[in-house]
Design a protein around this ligand. Structure first.
Ligand SMILES: Nc1ncnc2c1ncn2[C@@H]1O[C@H](COP(=O)(O)OP(=O)(O)OP(=O)(O)O)[C@@H](O)[C@H]1O
Ligand SMILES: [Mg+2]
Length: 385
């Protein structure tokens, strides 16, 4: 029994985490097709740039890594870089380092290893920012095009989490200026940045030109059928099987969030007895997955919330149906919160992806679809009441 347990552990195919390639990349065909058609346009001399927008843990980094792999296989030079909370200048200079690293053939081999973080970047980050980073960036990209690009090739620059920078609008404007110059010089370079859905509303003044330049691709929850595949296909050959009810329940609980799928899949796999997961094993797996997500995400989220945000999420967690803003304002007002403050809180929470805003008509209705977060709030509230 014990032996079997450790054996199943060692073959657990699920990969809960951030920026970790899943055992099966489910869905994302539509998004990838759009990217591919833009890549074709880029190679034809009409670069198209992209903002990949999606909520926390929805699979942005994973998709960027997938695209990197695809475009490399097609012969493009690809640079994947991650933004940090740092000044735009500093970031651009680290990007130059990453591009130069890609230029070195032996480094390029190493970069093919699918680590979340590129090896070149950590090193490049300690370089001092230069006077004219844009100039350096253009020069580095030009070198890369000349070296790796050809008739039917192009260079793809992927930048993850641009909204971690304190002024993402500034960076985007500078990237745009750089891309336009490269375009004028006939160099086929396309840029993809990833961020949360609020990226463009956060850079108001530059909103118009930027949203047209970095054309959004929105990545959302997985369809139920794709989510089910993400669970069942990786099980093939592991000797472990989840009962169909269990698969359905995980799909339902995860509501398309790939991070939840990986978490639930991982702990459920470990709870198997004799290679099988039925309801009673799943109950154990679920508790462990829930505890893990709570610890990783919910505890910090809750403690970072203002008292008003807390009132609002707790109220939302109690009703199964989406409710109009006015309704929620009235209920929270009974606890002494001004309606205006509640409205602001609703918008803020929705922008962060903590609650859902349904938009049919201009009067939004709000709900909390996330079943795991709901459960956390129920427990939280229960213990506070
Ligand atoms: N299409 C997918 N199919 C299956 N699993 C996926 C898919 N996309 C992402 N995952 C898994 O979901 C988890 C979160 O993915 P990822 O880190 O790419 O999200 P993110 O949007 O970059 O999140 P963050 O907010 O941390 O930046 C990872 O464990 C990843 O392996
Ligand atoms: Mg990410």
């Amino acid at each position: 029994m014990e032996k079997q347990l450790s054996q199943t552990r060692s073959t657990n195919p699920f990969r809960p985490g951030s920026g970790i390639l899943p055992p099966l990349l489910a869905g994302r065909d539509r998004e990838t097709a759009v990217l591919e058609s833009r890549a074709t346009r880029t190679r034809e001399g009409h670069p198209q740039h992209t903002a990949l927008l999606g909520e926390w843990a929805i699979g942005k980094t994973t998709l960027l890594m997938h695209w990197r792999r695809l475009r490399r296989a097609a012969g493009d030079a690809v640079v994947l870089s991650m933004a940090y909370p740092q000044a735009a200048d500093e970031f651009l200079s680290s990007l130059v380092g990453a591009i130069d690293a890609e230029n070195k053939p032996e480094r390029a081999e190493r970069l093919d290893l699918e680590f979340g973080l590129d090896v070149g970047i950590a090193e490049a980050r300690i370089r001092r920012p230069s006077r004219d980073t844009e100039h350096e960036l253009r020069a580095a990209l030009k070198r890369l095009v000349e070296r790796r690009g050809g008739e039917d090739r192009s260079v793809l620059v992927l930048i993850d989490d641009v909204d971690l920078l304190p002024a993402p609008g500034d960076l985007l404007l500078r990237l745009r200026a750089c891309a336009l110059e490269l375009y004028a010089a006939d160099l086929p370079v396309a840029i993809v940045v990833s961020a949360s859905p609020g990226l463009f509303s956060g850079v108001r003044s530059a909103h118009e030109p930027l949203v047209r330049f970095f054309e959004p691709i929105t990545v959302g929850p997985l369809q139920a059928a794709d989510a089910a595949r993400a669970l069942t296909e990786p099980l093939a050959g592991t000797g472990v099987r989840f009962d169909p009810d269990v698969v359905d329940e995980i799909v339902e609980l995860a509501s398309g969030r790939p991070y939840y799928l990986q978490k639930l899949g991982y702990f459920t796999f470990d709870a198997a007895t004799d290679g099988r997961v039925a309801g009673s094993q799943f109950a154990i797996g679920f508790e462990r997955a829930f505890a893990s997500v709570s610890q990783e995400i919910f505890v910090a989220r809750w403690s970072a919330m203002s008292p008003i945000d807390r009132e609002v999420v707790v109220v939302l967690a109690r009703s199964a149906e989406p409710r109009p803003s006015g309704d929620i304002e009235a209920e929270v007002a009974r606890r002494g919160v001004r309606p205006g403050a509640t409205r602001q809180s609703l918008r803020r929470l929705a922008a962060r992806g903590h609650i859902d805003r349904l938009t049919n008509g201009h009067r939004g209705r709000y709900t909390l679809r996330d079943r795991l977060f709901r459960r956390f709030l129920d427990l939280q509230h229960g213990s506070e009441a």
